[in-house]
Design a protein. Structure first.
Length: 421
């Protein structure tokens, strides 16, 4: 959707702000990256240099992160020595650095991974440095919290919503779906020839679970009780869409990028996806007329609840109190409202600060729906902590059984719940 088009929805802050703690977020996808400048221990013994480790490698992410870090580093009086680690290798790399006492001064983590690293003792609570997080919502803060203490701050967050092809809906005389019944009806109406009504990712990875969560949570399902009728009901919705032919059977193999490719090519009239794919959508399909609405809900008036995505920035336990103090100064400036707006604009991600997010929605109407969806979004690790990955696997495994093997959703998720003990 081009910037001049009006959004379908507007921002409505619905979570209270928290004045102390830190922020953590979402996101969701680990991006592969190549090695950057510096390396392990490259700034050891040099109080004027802070070593930073992250996994950003795409131009939009890499450039604005580098520029912002360098700018705030200059304000603090330190040089930034940045190392980029491939996303799929980051956690193992961090654990190795922890055991060899070569942790960086600032460390970025995908927010679901924070619990594991914090539980290992590798991170310092941000309250130790008096970092101010006023303006961040409670749910965003929860994503960076381990055992009651905040360890991670995020400048921006993301989530998923429903993209739709405006021309295809107009031709069918259809409106963007609001409820699950609307979704099934509209998807069926838009399915014709080689065009499916909707695309989503039900792949057997964490992406498949990430895409399922809005339907599970909004239906009243909970990760602490996978055997509930509400969880099975959400899985049944997906099964109904595939069985009716409104969604391709290939959803079991599609990652989120694959699902978006179907939308770009005009092979899907709607797609569940995130703002990180907007730049590619605009580049690859410049003539496609599209818009975004929040994820449909079971019943009109229900609150749509999606997962928080994004990365958190942490201060590792390096044993160097002076450098930790400088790292805290850099982090505080890095996540300022002004920098949140700058990085959000460059990366199509949503500022974590409530007021900054509202400003962002007005300045970027094409992303206003994501601002609204973020305002009710939840942390994936808030209830289960370090146990979340095991449950996430149980969820995508059960959905594969439903969509591939034709298992009854209630039985598949009852088995998933039993597997967790």
């Amino acid at each position: 959707m081009s910037p001049q088009k009006r959004p379908t929805s507007t921002f409505r802050p619905t979570r209270r702000a928290v004045s102390t703690g830190a922020v953590a977020v979402p996101g969701l996808l680990a991006m592969a990256a190549c090695g950057g400048s510096g390396g392990e221990g490259s700034s050891a013994g040099d109080d004027s240099t802070l070593r930073v480790v992250d996994y950003y490698n795409t131009p939009a992410d890499d450039e604005v992160i580098q520029e912002t870090l360098e700018a705030v580093g200059a304000e603090v009086g330190v040089t930034i020595d940045r190392e980029k680690v491939p996303g799929e290798q980051l956690i193992q790399k961090v654990l190795q650095m922890s055991s060899s006492k070569t942790l960086p001064d600032l460390l970025m983590l995908d927010n679901p991974d924070l619990q594991e690293i914090a539980s290992s003792g590798a991170l310092a609570p941000l309250e130790d440095f008096g970092i101010d997080t006023s303006g961040f919502t409670e749910d965003i803060l929860e994503a960076g919290t381990f055992e009651g203490k905040v360890y991670g701050l995020a400048p921006t967050v993301n989530t998923i919503a429903l993209f739709y092809n405006r021309a295809l809906l107009a031709d069918a005389g259809a409106e963007p779906p609001v409820t699950w019944d609307d979704l099934k009806e509209t998807a069926a109406e838009l399915t014709s020839g080689d065009v499916y009504g909707i695309a989503f990712s039900a792949i057997a990875t964490y992406e498949g679970t990430w895409q399922f969560l809005p339907f599970m949570w909004t239906n009243g399902g909970d990760e602490t009780d996978l055997g509930s009728p509400e969880v099975a009901g959400a899985s049944r919705l997906w099964a109904d869409l595939v069985t009716a032919g409104s969604a391709s059977k290939s959803v079991i193999n599609w990652g989120q990028g694959d699902a978006m490719d179907q939308f770009k090519a005009g092979k899907a009239a709607m797609v569940v996806n995130g703002p990180w794919n907007i730049v590619g959508l605009q580049t690859d399909a410049p003539d496609l007329d599209w818009d975004v609405v929040i994820i449909p809900v079971p019943n009109e008036g229900s609150e749509s609840v999606a997962p928080l995505g994004g990365e958190v920035w942490t201060i590792p336990q390096t044993g160097d109190a002076e450098k930790q103090k400088k790292a805290a100064e850099v982090l505080q400036r890095f996540v300022s409202a002004e920098n949140q707006l700058t990085m959000g604009s460059a990366r199509n991600t949503i500022p974590a600060d409530i007021e900054a997010a509202e400003t962002f929605a007005h300045e970027h109407p094409e992303l206003a729906t994501f601002v609204e969806q973020v305002s009710t979004a939840r942390s994936r690790t808030g209830k289960l902590g370090p146990d979340w990955p095991t449950t996430a696997k149980a969820i995508y495994t059960a959905n594969q059984q439903v969509l591939v093997d034709g298992a009854d959703p209630a039985e598949a998720f009852s088995d998933a719940a039993a597997s967790l003990g």
